[in-house]
Design a binder for this molecule. Structure first.
Ligand code: BJW
Length: 233
């Protein structure tokens, strides 16, 4: 690493970055929460009450991944990770694997659709098939698997690593997220010392906390922003 501009970058992404690949967001008018209630599918209480319903919801979304591909925004961020001379931490709230397939190594703070977790032995494992209440855990045999995603009321993953990166970064970029779900919505405040940029279709709930914003579809704003950043090295 060399040069005075090789500061650390933290990028936070949300459902908006995957929308142009064909995956729904949550809170847009045509989003997931317009058709299903959070309290029926995205809380530990929902899973305890009706695990078959929760499995059906996540099985459908997991199956959808086979039909979608990373878009120009995912690819631009993978290029940023490869070419930026300083550290880049890509944190995604998304449970899809489009960043991974674009060549990034994101930190999935809300877990991953293509992983399962056993409630009996706590093992987590890659998982691409459907899950059911009868599916045995490959590690311990118990029929106690759940999607390895973070529901409301649960602790997001790798918070210490994210906090350290935010504290040391020179640039924080938030992409395609409504800024309504904590703790991710608070990252812009945690990076208050850094340059803070929002790339979103429209102003998010936290827009006023960013020093700079570019509004438009992610497939346009993200490649343009990454090009500018890499030119400034
Ligand atoms: C485009 C675009 C295009 C569209 N280009 N842009 C008060 C009461 C009760 C609870 C709380 C409370 N205050 C805080 C809480 C805690 C709670 C919370 O935040 N609730 C709020 C709703 C109030 N949070 C939690 O419970 C979290 N855990 C927690 O806080 O633990 C304690 C803790 C304390 C301290 C430190 C650390 C921890 C857990 C939250 C788990 C969220 N889980 C989900 C489901 C995951 C699995 C699944 O996918 O099913 O995560 S909910 C859902 O929302 C999903 C997303 O990751 C998350 C964020 O959504 P996102 O990505 O922002 O999507 P949208 O749809 O909201 O926005 C899309 C944006 O894209 C829009 O702005 C569009 O305009 C834009 N867009 N097209 C660019 N083409």
């Amino acid at each position: 690493m060399s040069g005075r501009r090789a500061y650390g970058i933290v990028v936070l992404t949300g459902a908006g970055i995957s929308r142009e690949s064909g995956l729904s967001t949550f809170r847009d008018p045509d989003g997931i929460w317009a058709t299903v209630r959070i309290e029926d599918v995205a809380t530990p209480e929902a899973f305890a009450r009706d695990p078959a319903r929760v499995h059906a919801f996540y099985n459908a979304r997991r199956a959808q991944l086979a039909a979608v591909k990373p878009n120009a925004a995912h690819q631009a961020l993978a290029r940023l990770e490869r070419e930026w001379p300083g550290p880049v931490l890509l944190v995604t709230q998304n449970v899809d694997d489009l960043h991974d397939r674009a060549g990034s190594r994101p930190l999935h703070m809300h877990g991953e659709l293509r992983r399962a977790r056993c409630l009996a032995c706590a093992e987590t494992m890659p998982w691409t098939a459907d899950l059911s209440t009868a599916t045995p855990c490959p590690a311990c045999g118990a029929a106690a698997l759940r999607p390895d995603v973070v529901w409301f009321g649960e602790m997001p993953l790798e918070m210490d690593r994210i906090a350290a990166a935010l504290a040391g970064c020179g640039l924080f970029v938030s992409i395609g997220t409504s800024g309504t779900v904590y703790p991710a919505a608070g990252f812009v405040a945690d990076a208050g010392h850094a340059r803070r940029v929002e790339l979103n279709l429209e102003p998010s709930a936290g827009s006023a906390s960013f020093g700079e914003a570019h509004h438009g579809p992610a497939t346009k704003t993200v490649p343009a922003f990454v090009d500018q950043l890499l030119l400034s090295r």
